[in-house]
Design a protein around this ligand. Sequence first.
Ligand SMILES: [Zn+2]
Length: 346
Amino acid sequence: MTEHRIHHPKACTERLYLPRSTGGRGLADLNILHRRQVNQLKKFFHRKKDTSTLHKLACQSDRYLAVDLRKNEIKEIPTLDEVKEKWLSKRLHGKYPSSLKTAGSESTNWLVKGQLFAETEGFITAIQDESIATRNYKKYVQKIRIDDDKCRMCGRVPETIEHVTAGCQTLAPSEYTKRHNLTANIVHQELAMLCNLGEGKYSPYFKYIPAPVLENENYRLYWDTPIVTDKPIASNRPEIILLDKANKKAYFIDISHPSDHNLEQKEREKINKYYDLAEEYKKILTLKAVHVIPVIISATGLVTKKFAGYLERLNITNKTIVTKMQKSVILETCKMVRKTLNIPET
Ligand SMILES: [Zn+2]
């Protein structure tokens, strides 16, 4: 797997054999399967030996069997919980499962679906494991003598993988914006379809261009349009606004892809950011309610526990949309890391 770039040489090996729904890669561990078979054979022969001469003789001899039946000792097999604990206890590798513990259950949807190329999956898991050779990693983990471990793009802070994927000011206007807009395309297109505002068929999200305003009898959908209010409000431009005319409700939708540990904070930030605007919009249009919907997916695909609930408010109940957004974010994160750190494609 390492030779074919499906498993990064420094990435976590415990993960390989854990179920995909728990953040693992769902492979069968041949060592464990072998041990289990040996244990079962031993148990079987030793149970039968009291009543069967054949089994008794087999237990006394190791000449004809690959399994040494003379000793009835059982080989220990670690439980899934023990493997998970080992993964969690690792200093760098353990950061992702630790974030996963408090994240929403949809966080591993992309992994369960398994739609990425094996190499891409291997690369994003290495990013999650923080095993990528950034300057900071080279200096402090690999102990390579490097004078400056500051980010090669912005030169401001140490170049960690977390910084490259979600914290670099130089990458923000170009790479992060592109990743963000692709997610926004998916949400916008889905809302247009649900509200019968679109062309009635899906186009590839990476080619989709959201119209500034789409409208029919029941709905109005805005894209990147500022709201004019009587008193000036600084945050007056939610990325997507959906106005449900029949029910007199509006939804402000804002998207972000922070680092894994910043997920919930980002969600709260978005709610606070548009609180004043929501109140004002409600008054201006005499609406019953204005909901702020944060669509927050971490740069490596994690979502919060509230994520599915927020999408449900928009009637987005189709689970494939979550996977589609995660896949898009992960692909962009991988491309960006490769490009920034000059890691060649496979
Ligand atoms: Zn930077």
